[in-house]
Design a protein around this ligand. Structure first.
Ligand SMILES: Cc1cc2nc3c(=O)[nH]c(=O)nc-3n(C[C@H](O)[C@H](O)[C@H](O)COP(=O)(O)OP(=O)(O)OC[C@H]3O[C@@H](n4cnc5c(N)ncnc54)[C@H](O)[C@@H]3O)c2cc1C
Length: 480
């Protein structure tokens, strides 16, 4: 094997946080070696947030156009997936080619190594060659692990440490018959050239719900199969109930409390068995969560539990001596904004710049269905479980002045959760048009622990959607 190569920091995985941290540390003058086995930028730009939000923008345009009658004249719309597919290919992903991102990092003075990184000792990362890149665009910039070690391995010794940003991959549930069928995950559906004639979506979480609604709007006959009693079950119960009503109204078949028991594929169609029912469709999207593989990362070599699903970290994202972890793998919220937030903390820690450690009290979540679901902090149930005396207040968007004016497409509500003993909000939900944007005021209220009395004693612009926050605060009462 070749002599180890010396560097200051090795970043394993170039998701949004890894890319930011690696670039910032390189710009600060450190010798940074970034290891990436797919595409620089990770899931978000190529398979996640950005392509899915381009689809959603297109689906929402169709829905808005269909709302013209009764408000602004007549309209007809003929959905066409081709411009959506083209935009994702040309504008979002460069045909799943990361040259721009890779060159940007190299331009900052970083060293990019293509391959799979695993920790092989304290401060040591061994990079093995990829058996065959799944994505042609990933081999353009950066160097291959072409050392003389077994299989072309290269060994890096980090003087300062290792930053893990390995992210997550789609979790495939062990449903009999599923393995071996040509199901889709998010990584396939973003590359779809056509909207399928019919599709079953397995899993009614954020990703499943967003994609189900998009494709239904493009004419696909969609069935959502969810094992739990509600869609988006991590949110307040009223959210799942509302989204199910809206999906049903839009022609989506929603099956909740419906664990899939068996899957088969006959060459053209999937069949998913749930109790006595059999659902069939030409496509099956598996959106049943995400998984990590810490054993493949070699975390045991630095004393971490390889059988765990997440890497525990302290407020400075330190996981072990000389090891930091950021992003989905930390289990603090699988969001790009979380990965970037944590990356900023690591950069400050490594560069001894001080500042504040991580604070997870006001993590915002947005599911980009129509209506958008924004939420922050604790649900009422979680606050009660945490031992708080809880009061909740709710305002319905359609009964607010702006919601009433908006009319078609005005579904939604604002719910606030108060720790009654401290008179501060500890959680909030904002469902409705621009629900994710309305959330911003609620996030500040939760994060800064603004007294409810202060929130009540200020004017809310008339007639905005966020003005319904005032109505929700007015209706605060003890939850039973
Ligand atoms: C369909 C979909 C929609 C989403 N929409 C949103 C949204 O609207 N808003 C939002 O905030 N979040 C969204 N997310 C989540 C978001 O994509 C992730 O939270 C985000 O990418 C941050 O992940 P990360 O930084 O942990 O790493 P990732 O983005 O997962 O990247 C990790 C990278 O590390 C590489 N890697 C892993 N192990 C190794 C190794 N051993 N050696 C070398 N390389 C390795 C991986 O191949 C990958 O490229 C969405 C996700 C999906 C799937």
């Amino acid at each position: 094997m070749d002599e180890p190569e010396h560097t200051d920091v090795v970043v394993i995985g170039m998701g949004p946080g890894g890319e930011y941290a690696a670039g910032a540390l390189a710009e600060a003058g450190m010798h940074v070696t970034a290891v990436e086995d797919r595409l620089v930028g990770g899931e978000c730009p190529y398979f996640g947030c950005i392509p899915s939000k381009m689809m959603i923008r297109a689906g929402n345009l169709i829905a808005e156009t269909r709302r013209v009658p009764g408000l602004a004249g007549t309209s007809t719309v003929t959905p066409d997936w081709a411009p959506v597919a083209r935009r994702i290919r040309d504008e979002a992903t460069d045909d799943w080619n990361d040259k721009v991102a890779a060159d940007r990092f190299i331009g900052k003075g970083g060293h990019l190594v293509r391959g799979h990184g695993s920790i092989t000792g304290p401060g040591e990362v061994t990079v093995s060659a990829l058996s065959g890149s799944a994505l042609s665009g990933s081999a353009l910039s950066g160097s291959a692990p072409s050392g003389s070690g077994p299989g072309g391995e290269r060994v890096f010794r980090a003087r300062t440490g290792i930053v893990i940003n390995s992210g997550t991959a789609p979790a495939i549930p062990p449903i009999p018959g599923l393995a071996g069928t040509p199901y889709w995950t998010n990584r396939d559906i973003v590359q779809a050239e056509q909207a399928p004639e019919s599709m079953i979506v397995l899993g009614g979480g954020a990703i499943g719900a967003e994609l189900a609604q998009v494709f239904a709007r493009f004419g696909t006959a969609v069935t959502v199969i969810e094992a739990l009693p509600r869609l988006v079950s991590f949110e307040e119960p009223e959210v799942g109930e509302l989204i199910e009503r809206i999906f049903t109204r839009e022609g989506i078949t929603v099956c909740t409390s419906a664990p899939a028991e068996r899957v088969s594929h006959n060459g053209t169609h999937f069949a998913v068995h749930v109790g006595m029912s059999v659902h069939t469709a030409s496509r099956l999207l598996v959106a049943t969560g995400r998984r990590t593989d810490l054993a493949a990362l070699g975390v045991a070599a630095v004393g971490l539990d390889a059988a765990a699903t997440v890497i525990p970290t302290d407020g400075w994202m330190r996981a072990a001596d000389g090891v930091w972890a950021i992003g989905d793998v930390t289990g603090k919220g699988a969001f790009t904004h979380m990965s970037m937030y944590q990356a900023g903390i690591v950069v400050r820690d490594i560069l001894s710049q001080g500042g504040e450690p991580a604070d997870y009290r006001a993590v915002p979540r947005v599911t980009f269905t129509d209506p958008e679901i924004g939420s922050v902090g604790l649900t009422a149930a979680a606050a009660r479980e945490a031992g708080m005396r809880v009061r909740t207040g709710t305002a319905q968007v359609p009964y607010s002045a702006r919601g009433w004016i908006h009319k078609a497409g005005n579904d939604g509500f604002i719910k606030v959760v108060e720790d009654a003993d401290r008179s501060v909000l500890v959680g909030a939900t904002s469902v409705g048009p621009y629900g994710g944007e309305v959330l911003s005021a609620l996030q500040v209220a939760v994060r800064a622990e603004v007294p409810v009395a202060t929130l009540r004693n200020m004017p809310y612009a008339y007639p905005t959607f966020y003005r319904a926050i005032e109505d929700a605060l007015r209706s605060l009462e003890e939850a039973s």
